[in-house]
Design a protein around this ligand. Sequence first.
Ligand SMILES: Nc1ncnc2c1ncn2[C@@H]1O[C@H](COP(=O)(O)OP(=O)(O)OP(=O)(O)O)[C@@H](O)[C@H]1O
Length: 198
Amino acid sequence: MTQTLSLDNLHVGEVGPVSLQVGPGEILCISGPSGSGKSRLLRAVADLEPHEGRVLLGDTPASDLSASDWRRRVMLIPSESRWWHDHVRDHCGPEQTEDLKALGFEPSVLDWPVSRLSSGEKQRLALYRALTLAPEALLLDEPTANLDGTNRDQVERWLLERIRESGRPTLWVAHDPEQIQRVASAHYRIHGHQLERV
Ligand SMILES: Nc1ncnc2c1ncn2[C@@H]1O[C@H](COP(=O)(O)OP(=O)(O)OP(=O)(O)O)[C@@H](O)[C@H]1O
């Protein structure tokens, strides 16, 4: 199911009002100085941060669902992922061998203990994990921040393909202007307390 993600008069901390829509398969990039409120904004969309205003997926406001149902549909992938089970497989939905390969892993990675993962491996597997859980919208907080150039390109291409083919509306926090140019359907920047279209 492909739906529009809408932010309606959202206020988070000192940032707002933010009203915008992300259509199916669109990637809306958010940039801004360190500490300007990008991560808090994503967390508010995931209903993990106190805020005013509304967030809707299609016609359904977040307030109509339990927090866990909303977060399963509108999934935040933070820049530093949390891992609460011992093994990678226990975190993931049904195995997607092609996706693992596209991200540079053999299927055996699913049997690895989380404790052996590097920060870049964690970041790539957090994206894999999220997509195996079939969310309807994605909130990506600097999804390639811990990756070298080759891995960044690989992950970026994979994300673009998956987002386009699945039609998931996506908010993507990014710093790199070249990456924004490559992936964004629209680009907004936090300037002072406002989110401005670039
Ligand atoms: N729960 C909170 N209550 C009050 N202030 C907070 C809270 N959480 C974060 N902040 C502050 O809000 C500001 C924005 O934080 P946020 O993590 O959203 O920044 P950011 O734009 O994502 O920065 P970076 O690019 O460095 O990751 C920071 O000054 C931070 O200290």
